[in-house]
Ligand binder design. Sequence first.
Ligand SMILES: Cc1ncc(COP(=O)(O)O)c(C=O)c1O
Length: 380
Amino acid sequence: MIYLDNAATTWPKPPEIQQSMIEALNLGGNAGRGGHSASVQAQRLLHQVREDLCEFLGADDPTQVIFTHNATHALNQALFGLLQPGDHVITSSLEHNAVTRPLKVLADQGVEVTEILVVPEQEFPWAEYEQAFRKNTKLVVTIHASNVTGTLLPIERIGRIARRHGAFYLLDASQTAGVFPLDLGHVPLDLLAFPGHKGLLGPQGTGGLILKPYVKLKPLLYGGTGSLSESDEQPDFLPDALESGTLNGAGIAGLGAGLRYLKAQGLDKIRYQEQTLCRRLTQGLLEIPELTLYGGTDASAKAPIVSFNIGDLDSTFVAFTLEQTAGIVARAGLHCAPHAHRTLGTMEQGVVRFSPSHFTTEEEIDRTIDAVKMVARDLA
Ligand SMILES: Cc1ncc(COP(=O)(O)O)c(C=O)c1O
């Protein structure tokens, strides 16, 4: 198998991830649920990963790190926790359904939503963005990089403008956490949602939300936290307020191992390898006349995603053929981002998305280019 679907979830995972998960399973305790040594050890492990996430993402308070099941859970917690009927939110036309669908529910409940048309390869529409702010604008929410084209948004300026208008900025870093250095101390962000199972190399079932201390959220879930058990009221301090129920201890241990791996390798080195692979892949695909590339050819301006179509062939059919003929695993269709596809004009066809990781080899990239050439020749 040539695995080119790292934008969905990364594979392979370094062996240390599995090892840490087994060790965590062997601890035998439930974090924060008891004073015995197994529970305390499990609690320490969680706290260590909160600290490691802070160090990795430039946050300064581990209690502001909320563990979630995935990025979708983190985004839902942020959106439903913050917005109320009468509030206004600004978003982009490149969002994943993890943002679009909660916003639809909130719009039905009376939250006003403005979607700015953001087109890959075009200048960010600064004038429209500025004009979209209203007195009741509470939040701006955007992706950091599109999961369809890899396009990076200019988040520093988006955040600065949001701040000037007194709105919070929530970033969906699903395609960038563990891929680009992100520094919450410098980028004007108020909430950051991330999956643990993509660039951070953790297992599925992990993710998180990091909040600035002044951001107050209503919980999505209420229940046992291991703290203030005598009270019927949800604790109001973090992380307990937003972390009801038993956490995914083994998964979080795996996420911690992913962070240690990334630190040891160096994010710059990984980014360089991924860019080099994407550049090679893009150049090879550009030689195919029937092929349309989406999101531009500059690998340095994108997350490690290369998306394309061959003529007017259905993208799922192309991906299926690539797997059948060459063992290439890629994601086709709409990638849970219909608004992004509407923006690109690919609602009918979808696109084939290749997303290599630093584990992908140059030889795999060359075999992939050859396989696409063959499919283009045979099918087009
Ligand atoms: C941009 C973006 N946002 C949100 C998500 C949802 O992530 P998760 O599956 O971890 O909930 C994804 C997953 O592909 C994504 O690419």
